[in-house]
Design a protein around this ligand. Structure first.
Ligand SMILES: [Zn+2]
Length: 236
């Protein structure tokens, strides 16, 4: 049998910070435009935390997708990394953000080695977001949650939920539990005005899962809805 798929598949683990949306769109376009239609899965959580994406990585590899490359995308001025500093009881003033990032990356690459089942390339792309200016908003940013593997453009997803690419945080996982953990920990911290669980496929299974998550999130007291990227195609 010679049916083995040779399609390249990249997994990007990026911070949920909204300033990474545009750089990610650019990076995904580069990956997909290169060799014959490379598949891309993006996982996003606070701080591009490899350990926090563990269940998703297992789920992906179990599903038969064999990632050929992993990219970890942390960034300058990361609130999640500063939070990690507080938790490990390091005097934040004693340690530069850069040192902390470097230490974090060494740790994350070690975690990646223990998590990835297959021999894959591991790359770190450090995004400098110092020059990205977030717009002034009157109603607070929108938090978008997705749980299906996909590489949709953030510009398109933000537009779908009626927000701006610079004012939308994305939590992305392949495990609803993993995504929800981040929502409960961070929706209030980012002052989210609205939470949207965005369905990226037309499957009714995804839709009912999204509805379940929305019911959970109602306890946060933030307006939460399930929505589809392609309204016309959703069924059930
Ligand atoms: Zn960050």
């Amino acid at each position: 049998m010679d049916q083995e798929t040779t399609q390249e598949h990249a997994v990007i683990i990026a911070c949920m910070d909204k300033r990474l949306n545009a750089p990610l769109d650019e990076f995904m376009a580069k990956l997909q435009g290169g060799s014959s239609g490379m598949g891309v899965t993006v996982l996003r959580n606070p701080g591009a935390n490899v350990n926090g994406a563990k269940e998703s990585i297992y789920a992906l590899e179990r599903s038969g997708t064999r990632p050929t490359a992993y990219y970890i995308m942390p960034h300058t001025d990361c609130a999640a990394v500063k939070l990690a500093a507080d938790n490990v009881n390091v005097g934040a003033s004693d340690i530069s953000n850069k040192t902390l990032q470097a230490e974090n990356l060494v740790k994350m690459l070690g975690e990646m080695d223990s998590l990835a089942f297959f021999d894959t390339k591991k790359n770190v792309i450090f995004a400098d977001v110092a020059k990205v200016k977030a717009p002034h908003h009157d109603i607070g940013p929108v938090l978008v949650v997705t749980v299906t593997p996909s590489a949709k453009s953030y510009a398109e997803m933000a537009k779908t939920v009626g927000s701006d690419i610079l004012d939308t945080y994305f939590v992305q996982a392949l495990s609803p539990g993993e995504a929800s953990k981040d929502v409960f920990n961070f929706a209030k911290k980012i002052d989210a005005s609205k939470i949207v669980v965005l369905c990226l496929t037309a499957s009714s299974q995804e839709k009912s899962m999204a509805d379940g998550m929305v019911r959970q999130y109602s306890s946060l007291g933030i307006d939460s809805t399930a929505q589809s990227l392609r309204k016309d195609r959703i069924k059930g």
